[in-house]
Design a protein around this ligand. Structure first.
Ligand code: ZN
Length: 657
């Protein structure tokens, strides 16, 4: 599971973290609906040479996978990227020509989307330059098929389609399936699944499903299989990392990952995941592989990604305290006792600094991660949960004084509360969501973990968010020394309701539904609580000077409502009640009130804030002695967005198509 920042308001206007802000230039680029930031990697210089070298090879392994994600996201992505980069770098004409500027914007957009679709809305980018200009620049005419894919809005309009009732495979433009219907894919995997298998592999995680000679078959991502050239380079760098591992356990983790990449055996991936989740001593850590399945409308195939990171020792104290008390929270959660975990195992949590972001975590990146995703491994071996503090810090620093709170928060006392407590309560919300929320609860025996199907991701995020919201208001957090004011939680509650009811709509185009799982989850929670609280005026939408504001009249009652909904969502998950889950999602999480939507877009547009953020990575360079031995790794932050992507395409592009 990944946790994304709820909105820009998440980190807006906190007074506490301003020191050093003017020394580092966070904003790198701005285009379309995107702002690109850079992040600092504090403490990298203080790591040992072994650790730095380990990180270096792991970052190389991370960068070598970039093309895999591009190809997973769409069959023509690599071809289109190369074509556009070629035109861009060979261009000799006037650089103020609107056609050229439109090409630059289009390139920046597809770099951000890792393909021709928006990373968040999933909608295809339509270039602002003309086909005639492109043909003129190329000196030849590409196939009509390719021109259609680039320019025609109706061809491959959406990367991941989640619309209920449609064939989600045929209507999604991603490249995880080819020539097969949703029914054929479901039949294929249902035939493989053994309902009595207590330790099932993650079916379909590392494969493209295609039809060959009329048969539905998997093309497995592995050395010698699909994406072999990229995976081979990843493996080569993993091998180089092994001698620098911090301990034997970490060495085993890397070796098992190599075995998985070499064989494509999902049992090896489970073995790797177990070793990884049990490696709690290493300061340097990483994920590298086919991990999250948000890019697959059926939630099976993993999008390739990598994050290399190391533990931020001081900040980790917060999550360690939460983890140590996991059982206390589980035993008191408002869900039916049958659905609680009798023994919460190994919920390990830490605060990390990212050293590199790659694949599906780049340029858009999560602020928290909880892995592995396999339910039985989580139950038997626990899970690792991280909050990526140098990323949340970059969000925070970059959003200072952007005017958001003045426009959307109802009054000065609420703004003051948010100024004072939103940074800490937002971080705690992420910690609780990741360390406890996803790891809480249990399925009844015999319930298929995929029973909630297309709504599984949304309802799982809903469950984790509700767990976090419910406990954020618990006096236990004061007792544990994590908060110093019993009112502090109100800052996060206000932000959450404001975002879920109103401001997240800034990310939706007029007339469109809410699609993305985390956005659906936030809408579901906020609208459900709003509606159920109406008889008692718990939360109201009030008008001031013609503008809509969220007014929370009864915070304790709102907490109660979060608890009630958590109880119901956990029941749905534990019993695999697909119909109830679907009804909740369809009723509260999908449709948009057009008038309110219009108002939010207008008010937001005036602030001129980019609704989405992406990042550039620092550049790591080995320093060699006369014998070619690494004696240091330097870090440089100066690379800009365009040069980074052109360099990645030049130096880390093993796949041909
Ligand atoms: Zn989550």
């Amino acid at each position: 599971m990944k946790y994304f920042t709820a909105s820009l308001i998440a980190m807006a206007l906190t007074a506490t973290t301003a020191q050093g802000a003017d020394k580092f230039n966070y904003v790198v680029d701005r285009f379309a609906d995107i702002e690109i930031l850079r992040y600092q990697v504090p403490g990298f210089e203080d790591l040992s040479l072994n650790q730095k070298t380990l990180i270096y090879y792991l970052t190389e392994a991370a960068l070598q996978g970039r093309d895999i994600l591009w190809d997973q996201n769409g069959k023509y992505n690599l071809e289109i990227r190369r074509l556009m980069e070629g035109v861009y770098t060979n261009y000799k004409g006037d650089k103020n020509d609107p056609q050229y500027l439109a090409l630059e914007r289009y390139l920046k957009q597809i770099w951000m989307g890792n393909g021709i679709h928006h990373h968040y809305s999933q909608d295809k980018f339509i270039p602002g330059f003309t086909p005639a200009w492109l043909i003129q620049q190329l000196g030849y005419t590409p196939s009509n098929e390719l021109l259609g894919i680039i320019f025609e809005p109706n061809i491959m309009p959406k990367r991941v389609n989640q619309a209920e009732g449609e064939d989600l495979i045929l209507t999604s433009a991603n490249n995880l399936y080819e020539g097969v219907t949703q029914q054929e894919v479901e039949d294929y995997y249902n035939a493989l699944k053994d309902p009595n298998d207590a330790t099932p592999i993650s079916y379909g995680l590392n494969a493209k499903v295609v039809k060959k000679d009329g048969q539905v078959v998997e093309e497995v991502y592995k050395v010698g299989g699909l994406y072999s050239d990229a995976i081979t380079r990843i493996v080569k760098n993993l091998h180089k990392a092994i001698p620098y591992a911090e301990n034997d356990k970490q060495r085993q983790v890397i070796k098992e990952l190599i075995r998985f990449y070499s064989t494509g055996d999902l049992k090896a991936f489970d073995d790797y995941s177990i070793l990884w989740v049990e490696d709690l001593d290493s300061q340097v850590d990483f994920i590298n592989g086919f991990i999250e399945s948000y890019g697959d409308p059926l939630g099976m195939t993993g999008s390739w990604e990598s994050i290399v990171n190391y533990k931020n020792q001081e900040a980790s104290h917060r999550t360690e305290v939460i983890s140590e008390n996991a059982q206390w929270f589980e035993d008191r959660s408002p869900v039916d006792p049958r659905f609680r975990k009798p023994q919460v195992k190994g919920v390990s949590a830490k605060v990390i600094n990212a050293a590199i972001l790659a694949g599906d975590s780049y340029p858009a990146t999560p602020i928290g991660i909880n892995l592995p995703n396999a339910n039985w491994i989580r139950a038997a071996h626990g899970s690792k949960s991280v909050t990526i503090e140098n990323i949340t810090q970059a969000y925070d620093e970059a959003s200072h004084g952007n005017g958001f709170n003045e426009e959307f928060v109802i009054d000065q006392p609420t703004r003051d509360l948010m100024d004072k407590y939103l940074f800490i309560t937002d971080n705690l919300h992420t910690d609780l969501h990741e360390c406890l929320g996803h790891g809480s609860g249990q399925l009844l025996p015999g319930v298929d973990p995929d029973a909630l199907k297309a709504h599984g991701s949304t309802l799982e995020e809903t469950r984790a968010d509700l767990f976090a919201l419910y406990y954020l208001a618990d006096p236990k957090l004061l007792e544990l020394g994590l908060l110093d004011n019993p009112e502090a939680y109100k800052a996060e509650y206000y932000k959450y309701m404001l975002n879920g009811l109103m401001t997240q709509l800034m990310r939706i185009e007029p007339g469109k539904d809410i699609e993305e799982a985390h956005m659906r989850n936030r809408a579901l929670i906020a609208r459900w609580a709003y509606e159920k609280g109406q008889p008692n005026h718990v939360v109201e939408m009030v008008k001031k000077d013609g503008k809509t504001f969220i007014q929370i009249n009864d915070y304790p009652a709102l907490r109660q409502l979060f608890g009630d909904l958590l109880r119901e969502i956990q029941r749905i998950k534990s019993e695999g009640d697909y119909e109830a889950g679907r009804d909740l999602v369809e009723t509260y999480a999908v449709k948009v009130d057009p008038a309110l939507h219009q108002e939010v877009l207008q008010r937001y547009a005036k602030l001129n804030i980019a609704p989405y953020k992406g990042f550039v990575n620092p550049v790591y360079t080995p320093v060699l002695d006369a014998d070619g031995k690494i004696i240091d790794i330097t870090i440089d932050y100066s690379e800009d967005y365009i040069n980074q992507h052109l360099r990645y395409s030049r130096d880390y592009s093993p796949l041909t198509r």
